[in-house]
Design a protein around this ligand. Sequence first.
Ligand SMILES: NC(=O)c1ccc[n+]([C@@H]2O[C@H](COP(=O)([O-])OP(=O)(O)OC[C@H]3O[C@@H](n4cnc5c(N)ncnc54)[C@H](OP(=O)(O)O)[C@@H]3O)[C@@H](O)[C@H]2O)c1
Length: 307
Amino acid sequence: MKYNRMVQTGWDVSVIALGTWVFGGTNWGETPQRELVDAVHAAQDQGINLIDTAPVYGNGKAEKIIGIALKKRRDAFYIATKCGLVGKGKQTRHDLSRASIFREIDGSLERLRTDHVDLYQCHWPDPDTPIEETMTALRDLQKAGKIRAIGVSNFDADLLKRSCARTAVATYQGQYSLLARALENEILPFVQKNEMGFLAYGALGGGILTGKYRQIPRFAANDARSFFYPFYQSEDQKSQKRLERLAGLKDRLQPLNQVALNWVRQKPGVLSVIAGCRNRQQVRQNAGAADWDLTPDQTQKLEVLDL
Ligand SMILES: NC(=O)c1ccc[n+]([C@@H]2O[C@H](COP(=O)([O-])OP(=O)(O)OC[C@H]3O[C@@H](n4cnc5c(N)ncnc54)[C@H](OP(=O)(O)O)[C@@H]3O)[C@@H](O)[C@H]2O)c1
């Protein structure tokens, strides 16, 4: 494993992190709990020391599984969880108010079986709460020792700047992959200039960039790939062409999951790539990306592929 320094905290964070949206079950199809616990332990064996989760993943389920997995190894990982996306039955609402954040942190600490969260991230913007209220609440949680560092996710550039003006924001988490490069315009340059760490999610495009599909698969309506990652829309003319191009690439550049992760990992400003994994095999295959680098020529060839 390789490690990058998170400048604002001094932590050395593994360049591949473990993503746990899939642990929630509801949006990705169920996986037996013992396999998920095993995936966390495999991540530790591979040198991964950052785990990303959220209370909204399976309505607390992902955090609970992490709590079980880390019972005797809390110190092996920096735990990054989130606030502001609050589950209510099958619906979710955006709430970054002080009262809601203070309620949410206690729930997360209980499920994660810990007395502190290392990185506490605003999951999505909340248009109804002034960002100053949110950042003050997070700073107060930091002073109380319940969280160590503050991060934001999915904020636009303006909201990010206003957050940073209020308090020290250590990380920005956003979607970044060969299929989703919008953050290169404003967010990544800002993050770099301000010595924040960029945490990339969706680097595997929800799995499509592993090249494992020959046809666009059909998932249930509540599956993340049906509503969150647009590359799975079979009506999109590009989808089948993309699969064909990936299949062609697979014959020349193996393994493709590592190619996709390394393309993101090697971009300037990227602190760590959060790879979602549902079992030990996926963890090991993804952690292996840290063992080699794409050459500049390979990177350039990937970028002209028009995926
Ligand atoms: N801040 C946010 O708003 C936000 C949004 C999205 C994600 N995230 C975080 O980022 C993490 C990563 O994103 P993601 O999980 O949505 O997508 P991702 O990492 O692009 O894809 C993960 C999925 O790809 C498949 N996969 C992973 N490794 C594989 C391998 N080696 N071979 C074949 N298939 C493999 C698995 O699904 P199958 O086994 O079903 O194919 C896995 O669930 C999340 O888990 C979460 O922690 C944050």
